[in-house]
Design a protein around this ligand. Structure first.
Ligand code: OAD
Length: 232
């Protein structure tokens, strides 16, 4: 079983999505805030935005959809999570085998050599400026930006597990950003039953075996209850 998730699964925790009406990309330019070129042009601005998001994420909690996955995983040993989210909420809800396709917002790495840098989630940007790696490169958020490759081993493993999946949930994602958006199609092509959970339709909806047009924090716990009832 694969739980493939996007920003929508965290919406009910109070974390904004990207492409909805009030999403981040309706206010900000992704090429400025989520690309290496944008970072090189104005690293302070980009860090300000990431530090703001880190602070916001620390102040919220996982919601019943994240906890619902933990409950599914208590019954199904071979159930993994492949998320595009960087917010760490799957881990905080106790999900296991979480593959973070776009990195983690609390990670920091060097812009030049890529080394992971051990740093607290917040630092005083105004007083101390942007921390540096020992190679002299600037610290940057440990997330994947537009134009960058996804972590190779993670991606390969998630594609492998997706091809073997019997059941694949696509939850809270607009299914627009590749290569991650290929996953539900890959699952379908390899024989999985694919269930989409999203209040809005996506380019994948017509291919799904089942589309549940409801908020994931409502429907996932309900699905689990029904499953328990069926297994009893
Ligand atoms: P999007 O913002 O593109 O899509 C969020 C999806 O969540 C939409 O289809 C909404 O309809 C749906 N949604 C909203 N509320 C929901 C709820 N309560 N329950 C279930 N679904 C809900 O976010 P992603 O698909 O995650 O990448 O975007 C993919 C990538 O684009 C992100 O990882 C990020 C972004 O730019 C980078 O920054 C590289």
């Amino acid at each position: 079983m694969v739980f493939f998730t996007g920003a929508g699964i965290s919406a009910e925790s109070g974390v904004p999505t990207f492409r909805d009406k009030d999403g981040y990309w309706s206010k900000y330019d992704p090429m400025i805030l989520a690309s290496v070129d944008g970072f090189r042009q104005d690293p302070e601005l980009v860090w300000e935005w990431y530090l703001y998001r880190r602070e916001k994420i620390i102040s919220v909690e996982p919601n019943p959809a994240h906890f619902g996955i933990t409950r599914f995983q208590s019954i199904f040993n071979e159930a993994i999570v492949a998320t595009q989210n960087v917010d760490d909420l799957h881990n905080r809800a106790g999900n296991r085998e979480v593959y973070e396709l776009h990195g983690n917002i609390f990670a920091t790495k060097c812009l030049e050599c890529g080394m992971a840098l051990d740093m607290p989630p917040n630092f005083d940007l105004k007083t101390h400026g942007i921390p540096q790696c020992e190679c002299g490169g600037m610290a940057r958020p440990g997330v994947v930006w537009f134009g960058e490759s996804l972590p190779r081993e993670t991606l390969t493993r998630v594609f492998e597990l997706t091809r073997r999946a019997d059941v694949f949930f696509s939850i809270g994602t607009s299914t627009e950003v590749y290569p991650a958006a290929q996953l539900p199609f890959e699952a379908k092509n390899h024989g999985a039953v694919v269930i989409e959970i999203n209040p809005n339709r996506t380019p994948f909806s017509v291919h799904a075996d089942l589309v549940l047009q409801q908020p994931s924090g409502e429907i996932l716990p309900q699905l689990f209850e029904e499953l328990q009832f069926a297994l009893a």
